[in-house]
Design a binder for this molecule. Sequence first.
Ligand SMILES: [Zn+2]
Length: 198
Amino acid sequence: MSEQVTIDIPPQEGRGFWIAKGQTFRVIDPEGQQVADMWAIAINAGENDWLSTSQTRDITERLFPAPGESFYSENARPLLTLVQDNSPSPHDMLFPACNPGLYERAGLLDHPNCRDNMLAALQKADITLPIVPDPVNFFQRSEPQADGKLEVLASDNPPGGNVVLLAETELYVVVTACSVDFHPTNGGHCTGIQIIVG
Ligand SMILES: [Zn+2]
């Protein structure tokens, strides 16, 4: 058995980590109501492959995988399996990461954002992708409504709410503690996210 490794992601920041095939990790929202965006990249000799929310919706025929189901890659390979969902939140696989344009539309310039935090984590690992994939937004409450409206409501994740994922192949995983602080998304203020690997 390998030892557990804890990664504390400060508010409005992101971190990347390598995970081996067969390893699990837990994404924890210690204080509650904090969305965690997640990306996963499989490094291949020819072309890197990455978690695709659209492929996952197609293959699982769901808006979010149920425990026991997987997240799939751009090339339709299973990358991660949701082992446990210890959160009442619906999670999200429809929204992009928060990005400079989102904040600029709210009049906020040079605001921390999940897109830039993710790109910085990729750069640290010397990984490049041809696009910025959309993340899985754990603990995010933005289910489609009957009239087709998509509204992000305040997360209902309680302190300690978490999900556990199993790596189906070796992956570089990036998680960001979402930076949205001008909207109820994260309960009105941003807190950190904790990762426990192993
Ligand atoms: Zn965000």
